[in-house]
Design a protein around this ligand. Structure first.
Ligand code: UDP
Length: 356
């Protein structure tokens, strides 16, 4: 393939796309980026393009703030128009957002090959919008790049061997990003001196199952408030979570800061004592930077982290959260096991894409 259209829209996709864009430039593959607009605040979008030197999107659809159906529908229409005009050799989608599904569906209906990076992941919780997006995107993709053996096994269990789909294991592009940008972050970020805390816990909360349930959200905040009495908890707060906290009149006693750029996030991950999150990507990043992670969910796609003792699932239960915190306080592990590749996932994928 010589001409690729990449569809991005949400924060984790900018980070993932940065790794492949760099490889495409090296290989001389033409890439046009479509930004659907799902995340649009400067600190949720623009900062990543700047810091990570991602090429400016050729198309900005500016679609956000709608219900899932309306958002996906409008993206589908917008992306279809672009694909008809641009006639790419392939469409590249990342992860599990509405932008992922809209991009894959628009391309598949036009018989343009779809490449899915981070394919095969499953939480087995169909109440998650992300799970629906993952399953449907995988099914209509032509090339599935899987980060882990578990992801490949998930696809095999769903019968993908019977489909005309190419399944490849390339490693995890987020591992590539963590390795590539860690040194730059050391030089460019000043978040640690701004915070000026000798020790802290890093937490993030944005998953719909937590933010849209007042009970879950109250429980999580209660658990974090308790932990904060022992070690300061820092939360770069997602705009949606901030709005809901305010609407529900929930007042955290820990430190809320605005969402940070990737360089600041890397430094927070490097220096924190522990990570508490409901994010998919942050669970892995905790591991990349050798930190234990408590996951505020009942399931995770990244099962190998739990299996190897690096991650514990507590859901939103404050007692379980506290017990996990106490457990990890004294635990010492060797984090050198290779779970996600060695930072070559984007290079592996780009080399394959060139051959398609
Ligand atoms: N992230 C960031 N700044 C923040 C919070 C998260 O740069 O304030 C990064 C984080 O390091 C990870 C990605 O955003 O690379 C994860 O995105 P998010 O948690 O929004 O989505 P998920 O991974 O759950 O799909």
């Amino acid at each position: 393939m010589q001409k690729i259209i990449t569809i991005v829209g949400a924060r984790p996709q900018f980070i993932k796309a940065a790794t492949l864009s760099r490889q495409f430039q090296k290989l001389g593959i033409e890439e046009l980026i479509v930004h659907t607009g799902q995340h649009f605040d400067a600190n949720m979008s623009e900062v990543f393009f700047q810091e990570m030197e991602i090429p400016k999107p050729t198309y900005q659809l500016e679609i956000h703030g709608l219900t899932h159906g309306a958002m996906t529908g409008r993206m589908l229409e917008g992306i279809e128009n672009i694909l008809i005009n641009e006639k790419p050799d392939g469409v590249l989608v990342y992860g599990d957002t509405n932008s992922t599904l809209a991009g894959a569906l628009a391309a598949a209906k036009l018989h343009i090959p779809v490449i899915h990076i981070e394919a095969g992941l499953r939480s087995f919780n169909m109440a998650m919008p992300e799970e629906i997006n993952r399953i449907l995107t995988d099914r209509i993709s032509d090339y599935l790049f899987c980060p882990t053996d578990t992801a490949i096994q998930n696809l095999e269990r769903e019968g993908f061997k019977n489909f005309q789909t190419k399944i490849l294991k390339n490693g995890d592009v987020m591992q590539d990003a963590a390795i590539y940008y860690a040194e730059k972050a050391e030089k460019k970020s000043n978040i640690l001196s701004k915070l000026n805390l000798p020790t802290f816990i890093l937490a993030t909360i944005h998953r719909q199952e937590n933010t849209d349930s007042p009970e879950n959200l109250r429980n999580i905040i209660k658990g974090l408030n308790e932990i904060n009495l022992q070690i300061p908890v820092i939360v770069p707060i997602h705009p949606r979570t901030r709005n809901i906290l305010s609407l529900q009149n929930i007042q955290p006693e820990f430190n809320l800061i605005d969402p940070v750029g990737y360089f600041d996030m890397i430094m927070l991950l490097k220096k924190c004592e522990l990570v508490i999150t409901d994010s998919g990507g942050v669970q892995k990043e905790a591991f990349f930077f050798e930190k234990y992670c408590i996951t505020l969910r009942e399931q995770t796609e990244w099962v190998e982290l739990v299996k190897n003792g690096f991650n514990m699932l507590t859901g939103s239960n404050p007692e379980k959260l506290n017990a996990a915190f106490e457990f990890f306080k004294t635990k010492k592990s060797d984090f050198s096991i290779n779970l996600y590749g060695k930072g070559l996932a984007a290079e592996n994928a780009a080399n394959e894409i060139l051959k398609f």
